[in-house]
Write a protein that binds this ligand. Structure first.
Ligand SMILES: *Cc1c(COP(=O)(O)O)cnc(C)c1O
Length: 388
């Protein structure tokens, strides 16, 4: 399959070798064996291999999705979790123990930060944050640093980091490298190919793609898979076959959808750059974005995420009133579905790129699959409301 283009691969992954075009939804908790000898043999086998043995250990539908994500990420195997955040938590708990330190890139998804602050510390693990673009970032590594956890591009401002450079420093020290690859959605950014060991994705976003399912995945290299599997079993983490089916269905159109999201978003971002009410537009595919060169080097595409910073002279309540003029952009959490969304960005909860500068009001846009001209017309209503 390796010689097939990604778009072709997406139509073939996780499908049965014969019969149904799609892997059916398999429902089950109990799996029956021929006799006790087979039951015993399977229980032994399942410690090292993937076999059918019990509902919580997965079924054909779940395995099909695991295989598809593994192929896209270029890993050894994947495990699925009920949400993206559960996948992040599993990655931390799989590889960290009391006394270990995890070094985390600034700008990570805020609930991951909260997980560290209010949960990991209870178990004797420590964490701190770093800016991988700081030439002296290595000084943040400690003798007890067990993992470096990076989100690239980061949440909200899409800061990109040089993963191969981080890997070059950490590999010889035996530090495990884990990335949140939700922005890349297993397709347009590949942490494992860039030297990382573990890639976490909130499949709730583009993999599902239709705002109707929650899921997370963790894909690893062979050497670090057993610890992940152990945590999945011990914490009783599993996903429903219906949800796995929905994500697998989403994957069929992942490339097509991302191309459309990216094309519309770039068009809208380029247009927003020239609007007087807008001070800055964050979108790595824009050539004015400071991450553009790294994006070109390491990413294979873009998506529908844009964050805009309004002119700091504009009052927040005026902007929020203008947001009320939008008709096609929904107000709500998440992104990666078919529809356009807006949500204010709280800079106090995340790091801001230029901490010294008081930023203007920040608004994150998710550009959906609607006609981009309709979306521009809608945004024009917001901008119009600010012009007088
Ligand atoms: C949304 C998101 C998550 C969490 O996904 P859920 O399925 O909502 O738990 C994790 N990381 C990033 C970067 C996200 O955007």
């Amino acid at each position: 399959m390796a010689e097939d283009a990604l778009s072709t691969l997406l139509t073939r992954l996780g499908r049965p070798s014969q019969g149904w075009a799609n892997t059916p939804i398999v429902k089950g908790s109990t799996y029956l064996f021929e006799d006790l000898a087979q039951w015993r043999a399977t229980r032994e086998q399942r410690e090292g291999q993937r076999v059918l043995s019990y509902g919580a250990r997965g079924n054909e539908t779940v395995f099909a999705l695991e295989d598809a994500i593994t192929a896209l990420e270029g890993g050894y195997r994947s495990k699925l979790f009920p949400t993206g955040l559960a996948a992040i938590a599993a990655a931390f708990l799989a590889y960290l123990k009391a006394g270990d330190h995890v070094l985390i890139s600034e700008g990570v998804y805020q609930p991951a930060r909260q997980l560290c602050e209010s949960q990991l510390t209870n178990y004797g693990m420590s964490f701190s944050f770093f800016d991988p673009r700081d030439p002296e970032w290595q000084k943040a590594l400690r003798p007890e640093t067990r993992m470096v956890y990076v989100e690239s591009p980061g949440s909200l401002l899409y800061d990109m980091f040089d993963l191969p450079a981080i890997a070059k420093v950490c590999r010889p020290k035996g530090i495990l490298l884990c990335a949140d690859n939700t922005w890349g959605s297993s397709l347009i950014y590949k942490p494992l190919e860039l030297g990382f060991d573990v890639s976490v994705v909130a499949a709730t976003k583009y993999l599902g793609g239709h705002s109707d399912v929650m899921m997370g995945s963790v894909t690893t290299r062979e050497a670090c898979f057993p610890e992940l599997e152990k945590v999945s079993v011990n914490l009783g983490q599993t996903v429903s076959a219906e949800d796995a089916f929905l994500v697998l269905r989403g994957i069929r159109t992942l490339d097509l959808r991302l191309r459309r999201h990216a094309e519309s978003a770039l068009g809208i971002a380029s247009w927003l750059v020239s609007q007087p009410a807008i001070k800055r537009v964050f979108h790595p595919a824009l050539d004015s974005d400071p991450n553009h060169l790294l994006w070109k080097r390491d990413a294979h595409g873009s998506n529908g995420l844009i964050t805009v910073e309004f002119d700091p002279k504009l009052a927040a309540d005026r902007i929020e009133q203008a947001i009320g003029a939008l008709r096609l952009f929904g107000i709500g959490a998440s992104w990666g579905g078919y529809e356009s969304l807006v949500l204010p960005v709280d800079v106090k909860r995340t790091r801001y790129r230029d901490a010294a500068v008081q930023p203007g009001y920040l608004l994150r846009l998710h550009i959906g699959l609607e006609d981009p001209q309709d979306l521009k017309n809608d945004l024009n209503k917001l901008l119009g409301a600010l012009a007088h």
